[in-house]
Design a protein around this ligand. Structure first.
Ligand SMILES: Nc1nc2c(c(=O)[nH]1)N[C@H]1C(S)=C(S)[C@@H](COP(=O)(O)OP(=O)(O)OC[C@H]3O[C@@H](n4cnc5c(=O)[nH]c(N)nc54)[C@H](O)[C@@H]3O)O[C@H]1N2
Ligand SMILES: Nc1nc2c(c(=O)[nH]1)N[C@H]1C(S)=C(S)[C@@H](COP(=O)(O)OP(=O)(O)OC[C@H]3O[C@@H](n4cnc5c(=O)[nH]c(N)nc54)[C@H](O)[C@@H]3O)O[C@H]1N2
Ligand SMILES: [Mo]
Length: 757
């Protein structure tokens, strides 16, 4: 490292995660986005009993009444929405859409909050303000002229239960199950794999379990950046002496050392706490092999000692262990080591620690799901937990780290392209219309239908659909070929600007803002990663008097589209309690919904596995078999590397807050490729060289040119680049077949030196 050349913006960051660095970054975020006088008050209202739910992440709060939990990235999410910057119609009048498309994603959102409903004017290539009713009327007219299966209803996971429920009701009465949603690009392997294994697609642990667990295994997530409030939980566990075993190809600072900004002593003494007790730099895409290795070692240990498996649990509550054991026996250590990049000894040590722990929690994120074997990965995690009865045991269970703050709730209230027959029957019984039963499109299928010209219209309840999806060079033109696109959003983004024949941008009241309907302040509800449902009420004055709430906009479009609707849209929107009553009538688990959200902390949705009830078709928890260990057999070559696309510390998905990635030592730029020193050398490259990256999968050849390769502590054979810039490299059809989730974390690529111009 000593004689490496200087590369602009790349320098080592030695401090622990959190701590003084986080305090400084927070005050900077406030200074850039908000009036400093208003900011502290706004931040203090985050996650309070009568305040709003933090739009940052889906990690729960203890009883939802803790004193303000300090969180740098939560503060960024809040200040980004509560910013005093505005982008008004006058600005749009003097800036063509073509010129706006030249700006970066960061610049687009940084212009501030949208203030007026806008319609695209093709003659001038600009957006201009439009009356709400005129927008609804025209959208309704176009939708009535299309066949429902030509229309896609996208949802990004920030929408409240109330907005999402109305949205799915509208789409289903209109006549489609085309519900692409952000979850399809995120935790779909969880939603598909967990029901097969344990009968429900949600995590099984609560915060209390973290206080009682003996071991935490963390696979493929980066909580210091993406679930910062989890750091407090990990910090406490580590100080209690609980081993934390990490599997991650990159050394992530927050998983190594954390300085708790809430600990006066640690701040004053510049101390920090070790987080990971052991850090395994698994190869990208090597988790299935690593998990099979741990299972193999655990079986060997059990053969030796006889008391490692929880035989009583396995006999009473599960099925299928014999097939798993047979498959594990047939998997060689040689393959496991080659594919995981970890040694037999390392994996056996994990098995030892696991066998010692009375109760174990496994946490995981996108490093597990965004692979073409994402569902198999999730099921292998379940297998490992089931072998020692870690389901329905205090301090044990599975903990998927959800993405958007209400992505789990959206699913619960009906955002799914594959609705159950029971749900559809209930809708028919209660609402009096027959919803379609035919399955609809998920995110990739929706885009493929758009590319093929089969889908003609796209409605987006939030999000940045085209930018979040893989293969931008195919997705962007497909947006422009649509007849209609409608975006409900808070800030301008590229998907809004990839205009269709007709395009509307409809600005919404955000989570932090007061939502008045009929003279009454309304609250909405959300469900966190641990299935707690609670109310959220914004307090700030909305960014503009012309904003409307998401439920009101959905209802407005629905009423204009369906003149003979069975639903009284306006009555529902006048009082959100009425939407919740309807949710209670049509979806199990919401009994006494309105009463229970008025209790601080809310209530927990039913989670049968916590009582060792597994609602699978057999009534048992099911072990799985995943043959083989390889990511994809046909793309191997000595020079093929696995590309991981990931988030920096200064971004929220496609929203870029700033250009730094402090913990990884990247400042003021995002055009870098993280590479292991050995891979750099093997490619004949040096730290700081300009490279081109090209995909190494059959099919469309995708390329990203002139990226700076930098030496980084990442597993050999794996390279990393930032999302969304690297999305041009992810093939749209390189997906997990079971869940449809793109392999954003293991695209096979080759890296070559850029040609000199
Ligand atoms: N501040 C902030 N908060 C967020 C978000 C945000 O963008 N910014 N996004 C939200 C959303 S929608 C989501 S889904 C979550 C995402 O939260 P995470 O799941 O943490 O997502 P990523 O940052 O994409 O990266 C995951 C981690 O997986 C590792 N990884 C990559 N490939 C592999 C692999 O093959 N195996 C293993 N074991 N690890 C691997 C990467 O090195 C990285 O540390 O966070 C949510 N919260
Ligand atoms: N290469 C690669 N691609 C990925 C991923 C990856 O790891 N690598 N991760 C995937 C994952 S996990 C996800 S979840 C998706 C994310 O995909 P999306 O959810 O579609 O994207 P976001 O960037 O979260 O959406 C940002 C936009 O949401 C709007 N917005 C913000 N707040 C609100 C609100 O309160 N209401 C409304 N109506 N709009 C609002 C703003 O206009 C903002 O521009 O991306 C996926 N894409
Ligand atoms: Mo996500």
């Amino acid at each position: 490292m000593t004689n490496r050349r200087e590369v602009p913006g790349i320098r080592e960051y030695d401090d622990p995660a959190g701590g003084w660095g986080a305090l400084k970054a927070t005050s900077q975020a406030i200074r850039l986005q908000m009036e400093t006088i208003k900011a502290p008050l706004t931040l203090l209202r985050t996650n309070q009993p009568d305040g709003f739910d933090c739009p940052g992440c889906a990690w729960p709060d203890k009883e939802h009444k803790s004193t303000f939990q300090f969180c740098e990235n939560g503060a960024k999410a809040v200040t980004w929405e509560a910013t005093t910057k505005r982008v008004r119609p006058e600005f749009f009048a003097s800036n063509t859409v073509s010129s706006l498309l030249e700006r970066s994603d960061f610049e687009l959102e940084d212009m501030g909050r949208l203030t007026h409903p806008l319609v695209y004017d093709r003659a001038t290539d600009t957006f201009r303000a439009v009356e709400w009713e005129a927008a609804f009327g025209r959208i309704g007219e176009i939708l009535r002229g299309l066949s429902p299966d030509q229309v896609e209803f996208y949802t990004s996971g920030r929408a409240s239960n109330e907005a999402a429920y109305l949205y799915q009701l509208f789409a289903r009465e209109y006549g489609t199950n085309n519900f692409p949603d952000c979850s399809n690009m995120c935790h779909e392997p969880t939603s598909v794999g967990l029901p097969q294994s344990i009968g429900i697609g949600k995590g099984t642990v609560s915060l209390d379990d973290f206080e009682k667990t003996d071991l935490i295994i963390s696979i493929g997530h980066n909580p210091g950046t993406n679930h910062p409030r989890m750091m407090g939980t990990l910090w406490e566990a580590s100080r209690r002496g609980v081993p934390i075993i990490v599997f991650n190809p990159l050394r992530e600072r927050a998983l190594e050392r954390f300085q708790d900004p809430q600990s006066m002593l640690q701040m004053a003494t510049f101390g920090s706490t070790r987080i990971a007790s052991t850090y395994h730099q698994v190869k990208a895409g090597g988790d299935a092999a690593a998990l099979k290795g741990v299972i193999k070692a655990l079986l060997a240990l059990d053969a030796e000692r006889g008391d490692v498996l929880d035989r009583e649990f396995i006999a009473t509550y599960t099925e299928g262990i014999d097939a798993l054991v047979a498959d594990i026996e047939a998997t060689s250590w040689q393959d496991i080591e080659a594919e995981s990049g970890l040694t037999r000894d390392e994996l056996a040590n994990v098995a030892d620690a696991y066998a010692k722990a009375k109760s174990t929690i496994i946490t995981y994120g996108m490093g597990v799901t965004q692979h073409n074997k994402g569902t198999a990965n999730v099921r292998l995690i379940c297998d490992l937990l089931l072998m020692r009865g870690n389901m329905g045991r205090e301090g044990g269970g599975i903990c998927p780290l959800r993405g958007h703050s209400n992505v789990q709730g959206n699913r619960t209230v009906g955002i799914t392209e594959k609705p159950s027959a029971a749900f559809l029957a209930k809708i028919e019984e209660v609402l009096g219309f027959k919803p379609p039963a035919e399955h609809g499109h998920d995110a990739v299928a929706a885009m493929q239908a758009m590319i093929a010209g089969k889908s003609k219209a796209l409605l987006c309840l939030g999000g940045n659909f085209a930018v979040a999806l893989p293969d931008s060079d195919q997705c962007f033109p497909a947006m422009k070929a649509l007849d209609l696109s409608v975006h409900l959003g808070t800030k301008l983004n590229r998907s809004h600007l990839l205009v269709a024949k007709e395009t509307y941008i409809l600005p919404v009241i955000g989570r932090t803002e007061l939502d008045m309907q009929n003279g009454m302040g309304q609250s909405i509800t959300v469900e966190d990663s641990m299935s707690m449902v609670h109310a959220s009420a914004g307090k700030l004055t909305p960014a503009s008097e012309f904003l409307r709430s998401e439920p009101a906009i959905v209802a407005g479009i629905a009423a204009a589209t369906l003149p003979d609707s069975k639903v009284n849209w306006m009555e529902l929107v006048a009082d959100y309690d009425k939407i919740r009553d309807l949710i209670e009538e049509t979806i199990p688990g919401f009994e006494r919904y309105n009463a229970r959200i008025r209790v601080p902390g809310g209530f927990r949705m039913p989670l049968p596995p916590t009582g060792r009830v597994f609602p699978t078709p057999t009534g048992k928890a099911m072990f799985s078999v995943y043959h083989g260990v390889k990511e994809d057999a046909d793309v191997d070559g000595d020079d093929v590397l696995r590309l991981v696309t990931l988030r920096s510390h200064d971004q929220y998905n496609t929203t870029i807050y700033a250009l730094d990635d402090r913990y990884r030592g990247v400042f003021g730029r995002r055009d870098v490729l993280f590479m292991n020193e050995a891979d750099l050398a093997a490619c004949g490259l040096e730290h700081g060289d300009l490279v081109d990256i090209e995909t190494a999968v059959p099919g469309r050849q995708l390329r990203l040119e002139k990226i700076t390769a930098i030496a980084y502590d990442i597993a050999p054979g794996s390279v990393g680049a930032y999302y969304p810039e690297a999305n041009v490299l992810v093939p749209l059809d390189y997906i997990d077949k079971e869940s449809g989730t793109p392999s954003y974390k293991s695209t096979p690529v080759r890296v070559v030196r850029s040609a000199v111009v």
